[in-house]
Design a protein around this ligand. Structure first.
Ligand SMILES: [Ca+2]
Ligand SMILES: [Ca+2]
Ligand SMILES: [Ca+2]
Ligand SMILES: [Ca+2]
Length: 355
């Protein structure tokens, strides 16, 4: 930021039902213009920049190359793949968390309930009725005390954190693999706004790759599907292309000039998706502090792209196939959604207003 300075003005405490969720409000003060504007800034202190050119890439993102440094060895020791967290520094000197900043270890962010979870004894439910019957009621997050109870069914490849009206309602209990599915319940009144952070996890931090069939740099894919039912069991919303989706981390990139940016459209559809290397590039964009709030303006975000079950590859996963009566309802079929690139875009934010 030029001609100005940044102040962290105050730390606010935001009530979220039976808990409090602390967040920082950052304000940029421009000395020359006198304007005060809200400023996008992530937990690493990075803020948005104007478009620059780096090695053939021109855009508002920051460019990294190669593998990051692990800072948390494994978020979920029981998991099939190691769910590590690390940091990596971009060519413009900014520090990024890879694959993503998450609230997995934040006890104030509620854990989603299990629709199907092989790591919890008895939670390999064969149908949704069984899974809901296993819930005590203490899982229900209050958005509006006089609202009705909504039940969300979710399958995510690999990890999600969901908010309703800016209030955290559930995070995925299995960050990487094996594949699980979830239930998130909340009381609310329409209209309400859904916001979901989706992470396609990675074994090779910062380069979006994992070991698969002998290839150490296989490019993993993402995908998110959800169905919300009201208290009488009617479907009120499914994932489809009426949702908004924005990309915040793309990797592995072989040639930086394959990523294009036009307004809020960040496209890697022209990039090679065969495999990564140890020296692949990544592109990172700053996630706005208030991206999950009701009032956040997503009007310029791209529409979500839909993908088939076969493309995401869920036909052999019981955490999905046991619940096709929910996710593949013949009258109101929920589609997998993501940004335009299911393979290379690894951190995708989704938003949807339910009227
Ligand atoms: Ca998961
Ligand atoms: Ca994945
Ligand atoms: Ca479906
Ligand atoms: Ca990926």
């Amino acid at each position: 930021m030029q001609n100005g300075f940044r102040l962290t003005i105050f730390e606010a405490t935001k009530p979220t039902g039976n808990m409090h969720y602390k967040y920082l409000v950052h304000i940029c003060v421009f000395a020359l213009t006198g304007l005060i504007v809200s400023c996008n800034k992530d937990d690493n202190g990075n803020s948005n920049t104007t478009p620059t050119t780096t090695g053939g890439y021109t855009g508002s993102g920051s460019v990294t190359q190669g593998v990051g440094t692990s800072t948390t060895g494994n978020l979920f020791a029981a998991g099939q793949r190691v769910a590590s967290i690390g940091t990596i520094t971009s060519t413009d000197g900014k520090k990024w968390t890879v694959p993503a900043e998450v609230n997995f270890t934040n006890s104030l962010f509620p854990m989603a309930s299990d629709l199907h979870n092989g790591y919890v004894p008895g939670h390999n439910y064969s149908n949704a009725t069984q899974a809901v019957a296993g819930l005590s009621g203490s899982d229900i997050v209050t958005i509006d005390a006089d609202g009705e109870v909504y039940t969300t069914y979710i399958f995510a490849d690999n990890y999600f954190e969901m908010y309703v009206n800016g209030i955290p309602v559930g995070k995925d209990p299995v960050p990487y693999t094996d594949f699980n599915s979830c239930i998130v319940r909340f009381t609310a009144k329409k209209p309400f706004t859904l916001a979901v952070k989706c992470v396609d996890w990675e074994e090779n931090l910062g380069i979006g790759t994992e070991s698969n069939n002998g290839n150490s740099y296989h490019i993993g894919d993402g995908g998110f599907v959800a169905v919300i039912k009201d208290a009488t069991g009617n479907i009120v919303v499914v994932t489809d292309n009426s949702w908004k989706a924005q990309t915040y981390y793309t990797s592995p990139i072989a040639n930086l000039d394959c990523v294009t940016e036009s307004g809020n459209v960040r496209s890697s559809t022209g990039c090679n998706t065969s495999a990564g290397t140890a020296s692949s590039y990544g592109i990172h964009w700053v996630i706005p502090d208030n991206w999950y709030d009701i009032g956040y303006d997503d009007s310029n975000w791209p529409a979500a792209t839909t993908f088939t079950n076969a493309t995401v590859g869920v036909d052999n996963k019981s955490s999905y196939t046991n619940f096709t009566n929910i996710f593949d309802n013949s009258a109101q079929d929920a589609s997998f959604i993501w940004s335009t690139n299911l393979l290379l875009d690894n951190v995708v934010l989704l938003r949807k207003k339910v009227e």
